[in-house]
Design a protein around this ligand. Sequence first.
Ligand code: AMP
Length: 197
Amino acid sequence: MQISGGSLKSLIFACKSDIMIATATIETLKSAVRNIPDFPVKGIQFKDITTAIKRPELLHLIVDEIAGYYQKKGVTKVVAIESRGFITGGALAYKLDAGLIPVRKPGKLPAETYSKTYDLEYGQDALEIHRDALQPDDIVLLHDDLLATGGTALAAVELIKLFDVRQIYFSFIIELDFLKGRQKLSPPFDVRSIIHF
Ligand code: AMP
């Protein structure tokens, strides 16, 4: 059975998601995410989305629900964070009729970049964006697979702010509530995650 946004509207909606999805559907998606203890380092419970997105109905659900929420927001660019953000970010940009902008790890983008270092739940890293990626009239949807401490998303938003864009929205598939990453991003940003652990 394909689970689509349209077929869910008459069902009971969940309050544990920021996007209006039936509780049973959220639980299906949640249980399809594989937990890998102590990866990539001891103490981290790694949330592996590959076991969810390999199921076509769940990949549809993720993309359709996020795109459905942002459909009327006038998004002109989806900024996707390397690397798992690229997977659903491309599909989201296509559905929203927006352009796709990659934010990448250092040394990967070929033209001139802006760069920002940040702290991870495990370690430190940096992100880069092409200097000609965005324009002031853009409305941006920043997308990644998971919000943990918020360091990655904050670094990405600081890169996006360099372009003085009109609006920035955030979407994640998963949010680790106990790490309180959302507090780094809001207010004033609109932050949406489909499932919460
Ligand atoms: P953070 O900067 O702490 O919000 O970390 C978010 C980024 O790191 C995202 O790009 C995630 O893909 C990755 N990440 C951090 N923690 C986890 C985790 N527990 N499971 C899977 N990915 C994670």
